[in-house]
Write a protein that binds this ligand. Structure first.
Ligand SMILES: Nc1ncnc2c1ncn2[C@@H]1O[C@H](COP(=O)(O)OP(=O)(O)OP(=O)(O)O)[C@@H](O)[C@H]1O
Ligand SMILES: [Mg+2]
Length: 227
């Protein structure tokens, strides 16, 4: 599903060039649950932005479902992001003073889904994210952090993407709430076959995945599949 070959990313400021990703190569197959783990500043988010076609590498190649991402136009990239990838971030990025249901329905409007289908799809995504039905009409800013993250997960699921990219999704949650959210990711992987890439700096969080790729100073230093 995803393949990176020798991808590097450098940022330039003036004459100074900093390479934050160095020759990263790996494949992620359909149905895998992979954690990308590394300390702060190691290049995890940079890598996730590339994997999610939000950014492009300075060197190397990257394929999503066999398509060379560097050859796609901005419009084609937008289609891939909308149809194939659901994003979840540390800060939930919900619209405040807007109901849970409306927050989840929003990406469907961008995807051009007919109005009458949106509500049913949003409800199904909320169920998938284990979000309690009694709160569907609450404003997103009236919820606990754990519930907000479930809304964000539902929003990521609503277009039925095969791939979920989650950048420190439990970073703003206490450990018990975080654990419950991680269990939801496990279920989405095991029962619903979603491919999940989970980014974290914590070993405990990464242990929820079946494969752990470790990154240090922009380089992949290990890649292990758990037995
Ligand atoms: N737009 C940018 N311009 C210049 N440098 C950047 C830019 N984005 C990231 N960096 C640098 O690249 C390095 C890697 O950043 P990145 O955000 O990928 O790390 P991270 O592993 O996600 O860290 P954290 O765990 O703190 O989120 C850092 O040194 C950062 O300062
Ligand atoms: Mg980061």
């Amino acid at each position: 599903m995803l393949e990176c070959k020798n991808i590097s990313k450098a940022y330039k400021s003036g004459n100074l060039e900093t390479r934050v990703l160095k020759n990263a190569s790996f494949k992620i197959n359909d149905g895998e649950f992979v954690a990308i783990m590394g300390p702060s500043g190691s290049g995890k988010s940079t890598l996730m932005h590339i994997l999610g076609a939000l950014d492009t590498p300075t060197e190397g190649q990257y394929w999503i479902d066999g398509q060379d991402v560097s050859r796609l136009t901005d419009d084609e990239l937008a289609v891939i992001r909308t149809k194939k990838i659901g994003f979840v971030f540390q800060s939930f990025n919900l619209l405040p003073r807007t109901s849970v249901l409306r927050n989840v329905m929003l990406p469907l409007a961008y995807a051009g889904v007919p109005t009458e289908k949106r509500e049913e799809m949003a409800k199904s995504a909320l169920r998938g994210a284990a979000f309690p039905e009694g709160f569907w009409n609450h404003y997103s800013n009236q919820l606990s952090g754990g519930m907000m993250q479930r809304v964000a997960i539902a929003r990521a699921l609503v277009n039925n993407p095969a791939l979920i990219l989650a950048d420190e999704p439990t970073g703003n949650l206490d450990s018990k709430t975080g654990e419950a959210v991680l269990q939801t990711f496990q279920e989405l992987n095991e029962k619903h076959g979603r491919t999940i890439v989970l980014i974290t700096h914590e070993r405990e969080v990464a242990e929820h995945a079946r494969r752990i790729i470790q990154i240090r100073d922009g380089q992949i230093i290990s890649d292990e599949i758990k037995k």
